[in-house]
Design a protein around this ligand. Structure first.
Ligand code: JD8
Length: 234
């Protein structure tokens, strides 16, 4: 998979692309990741990417010309012949979830557009963007962190990626539920013991205990997830 990012802060992505699971996916050749500076597609002396909003109001809006030029250079014109999927990260977008990540992980080429300021000129969105996505109902200052969230979520789903279970029955069983508590050594820490069952060696009992804890924490903290999980398994 190839992922191009368009941003006025492309340097934010370099350490993210270099480290951890994302860095390993890149090193393994699972993904080609490139962050582009939107100002590359300006042609004025000041490399201007923003302008005042028509109708007045606070802040600035991202100009359409550099953004559309960037997206068309990376993805081609919008339409049926376009090979890439162009995603704008924006609070107005559809909320990102695991189902959407799975669909995006099936794409050959993603172009992620990161807004800043008060947002993006509507005509640029209509002309160049295939899909608008939000990562959740809270306010950030731009699309860069949302793009990183999307990239990490997508890359770990690629076959051969770290954290992608080849054929994990456990993960498919626990689909859509929260994980229960986890423990590592030492067996006793500050007078607190690891639950006996986890040290018993009884794999059936361990699996059952984990299933119970998983359902319990999901019911207590995210009953909405439990309803979805029941629909999936029925
Ligand atoms: C892109 C500009 C900030 C948004 C005024 C200043 C996504 N889940 C999410 N929360 N926030 C964003 C997001 C915020 C952005 C931009 C994404 C570009 N801003 C603006 C409108 C109100 N602030 C996001 N995905």
């Amino acid at each position: 998979m190839r992922i191009d990012v368009v941003s006025i802060f492309p340097q934010l992505f370099e350490p993210f692309f270099a480290e951890s699971m994302v860095g390993i996916a890149r090193d393994q050749g699972l993904a080609k990741l490139v962050a582009h500076d939107l100002r590359q597609w300006t042609d004025d002396r000041h490399r201007t990417v923003d302008d005042a909003p028509y109708g007045g109001g606070p802040g600035m809006v991202m100009k359409p010309e550099p953004l559309v030029a960037a997206v068309e250079a990376l993805a081609g014109e919008r339409g049926p012949q376009r090979k890439a999927r162009v995603v704008l990260l924006t609070p107005q977008g559809r909320r990102l979830d695991q189902t959407r990540l799975q669909a995006l992980a099936g794409e050959e080429h993603l172009v992620l557009v990161c807004g800043r300021y008060e947002g993006v000129d509507q005509r640029a969105i209509e002309l160049a963007v295939d899909e608008e996505i939000s990562i959740g109902d809270y306010v950030l200052s731009g699309g860069e962190v949302p793009a990183m969230v999307l990239i990490e979520g997508v890359l770990r789903l690629l076959p051969g990626a770290l954290g992608n279970p080849e054929s994990s029955e456990q993960e498919s069983f626990q689909q859509g539920l929260l994980e229960g508590p986890q423990y590592t050594r030492p067996a006793r820490f500050r007078d607190r013991d690891v639950p006996e069952v986890l040290r018993s060696g009884d794999h059936r009992a361990i699996a059952q205990w984990r299933e119970e804890r998983s359902k319990e924490i999901t019911r207590r903290r995210r009953p909405d997830l439990l309803r979805h999980a029941e629909e999936e398994s029925s």
